[in-house]
Design a protein around this ligand. Sequence first.
Ligand code: PLP
Length: 236
Amino acid sequence: MDLSENLHSIQKRIAAACERAGRAPNEVTLLTVTKSQPPEAIKAASDLGLIFFGENKIQEAKTKIPLCPGKLRWHFIGHLQSNKCRDAVELFEMIQSVDSLSLAQEIAKRAGQVSKTMPVLLEVNVAGEASKFGYPPERLLVELKELNTLPRIEVQGLMTVPPWSPEAEKVRPHFRQLRELKTECEQILGVPLPCLSMGMSGDFEVAIEEGATMVRIGTALFGPRPKMNNKEIQPA
Ligand SMILES: *Cc1c(COP(=O)(O)O)cnc(C)c1O
């Protein structure tokens, strides 16, 4: 596994997808997903110029982030429990996985306590999968205005983890659905929402063709994820 080679290849594929879609490559941000990767791997990615990093577990992030280069910008992309909001607000510069009004209220409360404003994305369960977190689209549309008026919360867009398929083309309708939902949200709020976080290792090119502004990539960069060994990274 050569991280630099993998990154180069991903960047080329991002640029080619942008070209096909008539978009500029700098419209798409690469979020490096480092769940289960050790701090050394994160340092190596940072040394290659990567800036935005994603983690999906608070406990893991809490242990690992302090051991990583300080200039990195961390996004939370996993399911967030309300009793972890305080940590999430402290550790992350964006929470991409807000999927209920009560969670947003808790984030707002915790952000207020540390005089911070928290940028968030609203996670949408586009295919209505029972096994997945995320807003059903209809409920998002109902709660959107109230979400957007919460103090200390800045709604910047939408995020989704669509149903997995070995064929990226099969995922396209879900990406399109999220883009259309974002447009609908913009009409309801009367403001543009800049961020559309969709696309992972297996399908990021299709996501870009459908308008992704952020793709979240782990495996295509680092290879298959190692089994987490918490003992290794926990300070004594
Ligand atoms: C793990 C994960 C990713 C990255 O998945 P890869 O297939 O390894 O690129 C993206 N988004 C979320 C929410 C994840 O949990």
